[in-house]
Design a binder for this molecule. Structure first.
Ligand SMILES: NC(=O)c1ccc[n+]([C@@H]2O[C@H](COP(=O)([O-])OP(=O)(O)OC[C@H]3O[C@@H](n4cnc5c(N)ncnc54)[C@H](O)[C@@H]3O)[C@@H](O)[C@H]2O)c1
Ligand SMILES: [Zn+2]
Length: 339
């Protein structure tokens, strides 16, 4: 079993890439482990859960809330989980976020790990230690930063992943390419979702490259004072849209990236908006959208990236080079109104 360990400021995470869930019992004691998953994943892969104590949650972002946390805590108490118990989130980003959060507060903290089952969770949500829940319209308003003890990849889960979830995950992959990896951007331009889905080797490589890219960014800046902010490219406007309109995370940030490119044109002289848009379209993601600008701005200004009257906005200088610029709320409101 191949393991790579990445150190963070006060923890380290073991990555088991391309290993499979059958290896889980080598990493954690089956008798002292509880898996947390959702109904979709459980139904499609019941066999993979055989022999493991499992809590199955209702699927969807609307359940990434405190009530679900309370329900999981009650089940853990009923199962007599104690400080020696390990929690393993097996699912998409909703499941990994909830699992990491519950594991951080139950009995003041349990060991936890992830088996991400969506492209988005494989390349993004499982990495970096941000765990939390939504409060009302505010995404990820409550949470902690705490690194998982391990992340195990099992590409077999992707067999059942719906097409729209593939597209969702590719939004984050395109984001990574835009802010950090011009070479990968060129590869994405050349390929298509079909070529990745049809070739196990190429999707494995792409996922590992992205998981590593995010890991390195987080290692440099775990608590988001600099470099890590780049990962918010497309997310400031994206999050505000996601909660007010029926959009998936990937769709929302694709629109967010499109507008961030236009804001970049004004503030950094960015000239490659068309290229970004054509890649987003190639992977079936939305770009421009009609939205209530005032309403969205009102939510956006509550964003966690705000510092008093300034907002740290992620822009592009060129493809492969993201930068963070501080924009006053006033100026941002005007730019958004004029978009
Ligand atoms: N912690 C972080 O750093 C971070 C980063 C990015 C996103 N996120 C969070 O991640 C969430 C989005 O993640 P997501 O898109 O994975 O969402 P998700 O967990 O809701 O999964 C999407 C859908 O796919 C289903 N699913 C998952 N795996 C499947 C499989 N293998 N086969 C069939 N169906 C499957 C789920 O049941 C769900 O219906 C958001 O809540 C977002 O805030 C967190
Ligand atoms: Zn995201």
């Amino acid at each position: 079993m191949t393991k790579r360990t990445y150190k963070f400021s006060n923890a380290s995470t073991d990555f088991y890439l391309a290993n499979g869930i059958s290896h889980l019992k080598k990493i954690t004691d089956i008798k002292a482990t509880v898996l947390i998953t959702d109904e979709h994943v459980y139904k499609a892969h019941a066999k993979r859960f055989k022999g493991w104590d499992t809590i199955v949650l209702k699927p969807g972002e609307e359940f990434k809330i405190q009530e679900t946390v309370d329900a999981v805590v009650e089940q853990l108490i009923a199962m007599e989980a104690d400080r020696k118990t390990t929690l393993v989130g097996v699912g998409g980003g909703v499941i990994t976020d909830i699992t990491g959060y519950v594991a951080s507060v139950y009995m003041r903290g349990l060991r936890f790990g992830f088996i991400p089952t969506t492209v988005l969770a494989l390349v993004d949500a499982s990495i970096g230690g941000k765990n939390g829940i939504d409060v009302g319209v505010y995404k990820n308003m409550v949470g902690v930063i705490r690194q998982p003890a391990f992340i195990l990849h099992d590409m077999g889960f992707l067999n059942s992943l719906p097409q729209v979830e593939w597209e969702n995950g590719f939004a984050e992959i395109i984001k990574h390419a835009c802010i950090k990896d011009a070479k990968m951007f060129a590869e994405l331009e050349k390929n298509s979702l079909k070529t990745y889905q049809g070739r196990q080797k190429s999707i494995c490589e792409l996922i590992q490259r992205n998981a590593l890219l995010k890991t390195k960014v987080v290692q440099k800046d775990e608590f988001e004072n600099g470099e890590r902010r780049l990962l918010n490219f497309g997310h400031t406007l994206g999050h505000a849209l996601e909660n007010q309109y029926e959009l998936s995370h990937g769709q929302a940030i694709a629109i967010g990236m499109t507008y961030a490119c236009h804001i970049s044109e004004q503030l950094t002289g960015f000239k490659q908006t068309e290229k970004v848009i054509s890649v987003l379209e190639k992977y079936n993601l939305p770009t421009y959208a009609a939205f209530d600008k005032q309403k969205v701005f009102n939510v956006l200004k509550m964003d966690k990236k705000r510092e008093k009257k300034e907002m740290n906005y992620v822009l592009l200088e060129k493809i492969g080079k993201g930068v963070v610029k501080s924009i006053s709320l006033k100026q941002l409101e005007k730019i958004i109104q004029d978009l």
